[in-house]
Write a protein that binds this ligand. Structure first.
Ligand code: CDP
Ligand code: CDP
Length: 225
């Protein structure tokens, strides 16, 4: 059976990574969370006190940064220069700075170069903001996941509570709205639905329903491929 490439894009906390991971498992495909790559660079930049307004310094830092994503029984692990930073890259400092780092052309060019290389053999589910538009513009299946901002804030809130993290739903909503705005309005590869992507509003869908919808499309595409 031909191994296809599946691009999943959408705004913050729409369910991209949860759904992408399950679909990759079902198909025995590789899953790549490109947001984790931008978060990794942001984490290292903050740790090394690199000025986030300095594009050249961030681009240089990236050239000297090894980012590895690895599947494990407990979900995807993220390593920066050999150190496991899976939890650290989800912290609020990184979350609230990542859209600054990801807006720079030279940073994005290197990230996209690495992502295209990861996707070149097919059999991949990749999620992010520009996968269908820039990273794999010829992906066999493109999905644009949406959900209302209230629902997305609610989901992140529930996730925080379940992990025992402090959580303020109003603050989460504000942070999500700001990040969506920065990601959608940046000049380089803004968050956009690709013209040929299938839009799926998940506001009233649970995870299984979203996965079932996408798997149906996958089977159609594999049949076509
Ligand atoms: O999981 P969540 O939706 O909170 O975000 P993420 O997927 O981890 O992405 C974090 C940030 O990285 C986004 O807000 C974007 O600024 C940036 N990003 C991007 O610019 N392009 C991508 N392909 C993926 C993420
Ligand atoms: O990757 P992205 O930021 O788009 O979202 P996520 O981290 O996969 O999902 C955010 C939260 O919403 C997670 O806790 C998911 O379990 C939850 N979720 C949900 O409740 N219903 C869905 N249909 C999709 C995700």
């Amino acid at each position: 059976m031909k191994k296809i490439r599946i691009a999943i894009d959408g705004p913050a906390a729409a369910g991209k990574s949860t759904v992408a991971k399950i679909i990759a498992e079902k198909l025995s495909y590789i899953y790549i969370d490109t947001g984790a790559m931008y978060r990794s660079l942001t984490y290292k930049a903050i740790k090394n006190q690199v000025d986030l307004d300095n594009e050249n310094a961030l681009a240089d830092l990236l050239l000297n940064t090894d980012i590895k994503l690895m599947a494990s029984e407990n979900g995807q692990l993220v390593f920066v220069d050999g150190t496991n930073v899976t939890n650290q890259i989800r912290g609020s400092e990184v979350t609230n700075s990542v859209s600054i780092v990801s807006k720079y052309r030279s940073v994005r060019e290197e990230m996209v170069r690495r992502q295209k290389d990861l996707a070149k053999d097919g059999g991949i589910v990749m999620d992010g903001r520009d996968i269908g538009t820039h990273v794999i513009p010829d992906a066999e299946l493109k999905i644009f996941l949406l959900a209302s901002v209230d629902e997305r804030a609610e989901r992140r809130h529930a996730e925080n509570i379940s992990k025992g993290f402090p959580s303020d739903i109003n603050k989460l909503k504000e942070e999500i709205e700001l990040r969506d705005k920065l990601d959608s309005e940046r000049e380089v590869a803004p968050l956009r639905k690709a013209a040929d992507a299938i839009e799926l509003d998940t506001t009233s869908l649970n995870i299984n329903e979203v996965v079932d919808n996408i798997m149906h499309l996958v089977h159609e595409r594999i049949g076509m491929a």
